[in-house]
Design a protein around this ligand. Structure first.
Ligand code: ADP
Ligand code: MG
Length: 686
């Protein structure tokens, strides 16, 4: 009888009762499929080592003969130490087990055992964690060399878990379903599903484990890409998309009114975006462009088009500071064309809010700019045609889809200045179209980046004094301490004070941090923009999007505490006017990784290069820093290492969707698995 393992509760497995099931649930194991799909996170290599060569303090595994009886010393309830001597090759070493006095009766002189533990070279001793009797017939080559290790939770032992796994395996392994069609498996010479699971849980040698890993990586990435491609296709097919019929002549006039000529890259992405907006299919587009590449102006063109065609547009950003800046910029650009622009944030007064809501609902307001407040439930739009988000790459797939539920399926444009390495772009944003501005406006001077040790701070400050004297302004970013916002603040306070002491009363120095009230922040920002404040000491609240062209110098204090992409973002706050600009990294990194980051920053100004290096240094998991990134957690696949497989999987997924292979019998199992995952994720939307 065929059992659907995904719907077979683990507690009904013979030998696993409700109390075991309860423990397993803590590992998110609820079904037989979950159990069999719970993979080891690493393997211990049980190959015997040559002790005379083994390094001090490493984990070793040896076979030897017991040469002295086991002795136990007690030093407290449940606290004891068992010792005996083991002859390994020509060495006699001391073996110690802690708190396992009960082993005494099992360890007899003359017996062969295998022991694993930590090697103390000086004392010629092993602090043991495990032992096995070696039966007479066991030879070296019979040894199980790779032992899986699973992530456990409190109150659940590795050995207990493995027993339950074995029980489950024995009862159900023959029913492990095969998702991959025979033709694909043959094409890539992949082992079948059953053998892959077997090799993962019970590897006989490293070769077969590699085969299993290869197969599972492909399966995992193919499933993921299929999901993305299906979502993409369905978005396109869905009826009810709007066509934004703007007047081309008027759009031209708007573009001609800009104080500069668009770069070639800007023109290209404007064409891509406007093409999407005109067509009846939904726009679902990611606009990537390095800091300063001119995304805001592109967004304003898209908004102009929407409004010209009789729709409303909304721009959503992550912080109030950024909202205010965009509001100022877009007001300047759009109001001359009789377009009304308003700002809505968490700190908008109730009275104003009510009025804004009204204007939005009756259509008298054209453009609304703000933070998350924009998509609250009580915000009703008259005719929302376009939603733009800036710096929202931290949003996951589901949140991105949620935007579209506002209004009548508006077109959506996501902008990000964190260039996303191709690998991640096709993973995290696989369901979107991507436009890239890969060119900076002409005449920009590359920012000069230098790395200084803390002891060189006087040089940095002397230079800073000169820049201020010649009329420029300075940012100084206080270190980020992730564990504690308070410490962050303290750092900013201290630095601010030190700078005031150093520069004296004549040079006004501002302080900006996340705890300031929104009106206070705005006041500080305005003073800095107006040039009344010469130097702004700030925490990372300044990170995204802030635009003060007169600022020429960015000093990042304790720069080793920042990730590469973040450093690049911060650096992008300067070099926005015509002035030669500078970025000073003040850091004494202690790790090689930290030093490398400083060097990369000094060598490159290219956001794509930097993000690729960032990804390599940090690994995909940490790249976006949180779970909201939309980067799925893969069990086996590694987005950096398995980059090639990812590309192959994506091409295959596109072909499968395009050729409608899901309708064929061969693809039935795969289709069902993908649909199941899509349904589960859609359910999470609620
Ligand atoms: P981003 O948001 O991509 O970091 P912005 O849109 O803030 O960049 O643009 C940075 C600066 O460059 C702004 O002052 C903007 O007015 C200016 N800018 C944008 N496009 C051009 C262009 N084609 N030529 C000259 N300056 C431009
Ligand atoms: Mg911007």
């Amino acid at each position: 009888m065929k059992v659907d393992l995904a719907n077979a509760p683990i507690k009904f497995v013979k030998g696993i009762g409700p109390s075991a099931a309860e423990k397993l649930e803590r590992l998110h194991i609820e079904t037989v499929a979950d159990m069999l799909g719970y993979f080891p996170f690493r393997y211990e290599n049980n190959e015997s080592v040559d002790l005379s060569q083994a390094a001090h303090d490493t984990r070793v595994n040896v076979i030897g003969e017991i040469v002295t009886p086991a002795m136990v010393a007690y030093f407290g309830p449940k606290r004891n130490r068992l010792t005996f001597k083991l002859k390994v090759d020509h060495l006699v070493v001391q073996i110690t087990f802690f708190n396992q006095a009960y082993l005494k009766s099992k360890l007899n002189v003359g017996e062969q055992i295998r022991v694993s533990g930590k090697w103390d070279r000086a004392r010629q001793a092993i602090s043991a964690s495990k032992y096995f009797l070696v039966s007479g017939s066991e030879t070296e080559s019979d040894e199980k060399k790779l032992e899986p290790v699973y992530h456990m939770t409190e109150g659940l032992k590795q050995s207990q878990f493995q027993k339950w796994l074995k029980t489950t395996w024995e009862a159900y392994h023959e029913q492990i379903p095969e998702l991959l069609p025979e033709s694909l498996r043959q094409h890539y010479q992949l082992i079948d599903s059953h053998d892959a699971y077997e090799a993962i849980h019970y590897p006989t040698d490293p070769g077969v484990l590699l085969q299993a890993r290869r197969r599972y990586t492909y399966e995992e990435l193919l499933l993921f890409q299929l999901k993305m491609q299906l979502m993409r296709q369905r978005d396109k097919e869905q009826s009810g998309g709007i066509s934004i019929q703007y007047d081309v002549q008027e759009l031209r006039r708007y573009i001609a009114s800009l104080p500069f000529e668009l770069t070639g890259a800007q023109k290209r992405v404007v064409n891509e975006i406007c093409g999407d907006m005109r067509s009846v299919t939904h726009m679902n587009r990611l606009l990537q462009g390095d800091v300063g590449s001119g995304k805001t102006v592109v967004a304003s063109i898209a908004m102009f088009s929407a409004i010209n065609a009789g729709f409303q547009a909304a721009l959503m950003v992550p912080t109030e500071i950024l909202a205010e800046q965009h509001f100022a910029e877009l007001t300047r650009l759009l109001t001359p064309f009789n377009i009304s622009v308003a700002l809505l944030t968490g700190s908008t007064k109730k009275k104003d809010r009510v009025q804004l809501h009204e204007q939005l609902a009756n259509g008298s307001l054209d453009v609304l700019i703000g933070t998350h407040a924009l998509i609250q439930e009580d915000v009703v739009y008259h005719r929302l045609g376009l939603v733009v988000t800036d710096e929202q790459h931290r949003f996951g797939v589901n949140q991105r889809r949620a935007f579209r539920e506002k209004g009548e399926q508006p077109d959506v444009l996501f902008m990000t200045a964190t260039p996303i390495p191709r690998t991640l772009a096709i993973t995290a944003f696989g369901e979107m179209d991507v436009s890239v501005i890969n060119e900076l406006p002409a005449g920009r001077k590359p920012i000069v980046t230098q790395w200084f040790k803390h002891e060189q701070m006087p040089d940095v400050l002397a230079f800073t004094r000169n820049e201020i004297a010649s009329g420029r302004q300075i940012y100084m970013v206080a270190p980020l301490i992730e564990e504690s916002e308070n410490m962050d603040l303290q750092n900013a306070f201290d630095l601010h004070q030190q700078m005031q002491q150093y520069f004296g009363d004549k040079i006004p120095i501002g302080l900006m941090h996340g705890r300031l009230k929104s009106a206070e922040k705005e006041a500080v920002m305005q003073a800095f923009e107006a040039g009344d404040i010469k130097m702004l000491v700030t925490t990372t609240v300044i990170e995204v999007g802030v635009n003060v062209p007169n600022a020429s110098t960015m000093i990042i204090y304790d720069a080793e505490r920042f990730g590469l992409s973040q450093l690049h973002q911060l650096r992008g706050r300067v070099g926005r006017g015509g002035y030669q600009s500078y970025c000073y990294l003040v850091a004494d990194p202690k790790t090689d990784n930290g030093k490398e980051r400083m060097q990369i920053m000094c060598e490159s100004n290219d956001g794509f290069v930097i993000s690729q290096r960032d990804l390599e240094l940090r690994g995909a998991g940490d790249f976006f820093g949180n779970k909201q990134s939309g980067i799925p957690q893969f069990k086996v696949a590694d987005l950096v290492e398995d980059y090639r497989v990812l590309e192959v999987a994506r091409d295959d997924a596109m072909a499968i969707v395009k050729e409608k292979r899901f309708k064929t019998k061969e693809y039935q199992a795969l289709a069902a698995a993908v649909e199941h995952q899509l349904a589960v994720e859609a359910g999470q939307l609620d």
